[in-house]
Design a protein around this ligand. Structure first.
Ligand code: ADP
Ligand code: MG
Length: 376
């Protein structure tokens, strides 16, 4: 999606990812012999070095990169003209969820209580005594789509929780009894100015983002401005340019806590492609290339994004939903061209736009009904 935006601005893109048919490589063909894509992992130091030598600006769409290599490249005098966005130090703090929480908390941003724990039953038990049950035990690193979280409801689950999170460094969070999950995309320029997108409501199923509604509806007229300002203030504390996804919890009393921040385009901002004046991808490019930012305003009254999650190794369930969506006005289907479908894997998404919330719900209903195990 970033590559698609780049091609419309004549920005040449070189991708580092494994395989010749990685989704982004299907969008942009190599444009010159020295601008061929790199085949390898974003965790592999020599491959990152190879990419760095080819480009003027280096950015990432995932925070689980080899950040030590990025920090070395930043100091390498032979690459002094290269810009890296967001900055490696930002990625370093964010990719360790415990350090991220410490950073937010020391900047007086609202986060719920959290504690460092050792990978031992005694240490986790001590955390349950301090923070209560249920307790959210989280992997500090490499977590996504709920893989890395274990909700401990009883002390007897502690050994299983440690086993499931498999030897990774851990920390514990107090359970947040939120009423809604909300998110705001924030774009930060190279000179440190920020602009935010509308507040969205995110609905998760099995720990994976399922639906994203925009704009957020609330009886509290101040909520949207408060959430945007929490998100903007959080992003201001980091260095480097680009878009950031700020996930937040909304409490019964309308208090807001930050859950986590992604230093990149984010699933909760996919709707911006069809529903905003400028998509998160285009604004990410504008920000990292020091071009003027585009308006973040919604251009439709109501929108929803539905993730297309693999149900099995077959694409047939996803194709069924795609075919239903294609019959509905206001629908845009995005399939990512991933080589293999797997249960729980994000294979694409659908964005719907409408003139009103009522029309949106009418349009969404048949799509939800087409999903496997629909409970609609
Ligand atoms: P991921 O990297 O998988 O997105 P998150 O930390 O965002 O990990 O957690 C995934 C989901 O788990 C959240 O969207 C939320 O639904 C739930 N969750 C996370 N932390 C807590 C918490 N402290 N209390 C209650 N629910 C939580
Ligand atoms: Mg999350």
């Amino acid at each position: 999606m970033l590559s698609a935006s780049a091609s419309l601005l004549n920005v040449k893109v070189v991708i580092l990812d494994s395989g010749d048919h990685a989704p982004a490589k299907q969008i942009v063909a190599p444009t010159a012999p020295h601008l061929t894509h790199v085949d390898g992992s974003f965790a592999d130091a020599p491959k990152i070095q190879e990419l760095a030598k080819k480009v003027d600006v280096l950015t990432m769409e995932i925070e689980h990169v080899n950040v030590d290599t990025l920090l070395q490249i930043e100091k390498d005098s032979s690459l002094s003209k290269l810009e890296i966005h967001p900055s490696p130090s930002t990625v370093q703090v964010i990719q360790d969820k415990y350090r991220q929480k410490e950073h937010l908390s020391s900047n007086k941003l609202p986060v719920s209580e959290f504690l460092a724990v050792e990978n031992t039953e005694e240490s986790v038990k001590a955390a349950t005594e301090k923070l209560g049950l249920p307790l959210m035990l989280k992997s500090r690193t490499l977590a996504y789509d709920g893989r890395g979280n274990y909700a401990i409801r009883e002390v007897s689950q502690i050994p299983d929780a440690i086993a499931q999170l498999g030897g990774r460094p851990l920390y514990a969070e107090k359970w947040v009894p939120f009423t809604k999950e909300i998110a705001v995309m924030v774009v930060r320029t190279t000179s440190g100015e920020v602009a935010s997108y509308p507040v969205v409501e995110t609905v998760h199923k099995d720990n994976i983002c399922h639906l994203v509604f925009a704009p957020l509806r609330s009886r509290d007229p101040t909520l949207s401005d408060r959430a945007r300002s929490v998100a903007e203030n959080a992003v201001k504390t980091f260095t480097g340019a680009g878009v950031f996804g700020v996930e937040m919890f909304l409490m019964d009393n309308d208090q807001i806590y930050i859950n986590e921040i992604a230093p990149r385009p984010h699933n909760s901002g996919h709707y911006t492609i069809e529903a905003c004046e400028t998509s998160q991808y285009e604004n990410h490019l504008r920000a990292i290339l020091s071009l003027p930012l585009g308006s973040t305003a919604l251009k439709v009254p109501s929108t929803v994004m539905l993730n297309l999650i693999g149900h099995s190794s077959s694409m047939s369930e996803i194709e069924k939903t795609r075919d239903v969506a294609l019959t509905i006005p206001g629908t845009s289907v995005h399939l990512y061209g991933k080589a293999e479908c797997r249960k729980g894997r994000k294979m694409g998404h659908i964005t719907l736009v409408a003139e009103s919330d009522t029309q949106l719900r009418e349009r969404l209903r048949p799509i939800l009904l087409s999903l496997p195990n629909s409970t609609e």
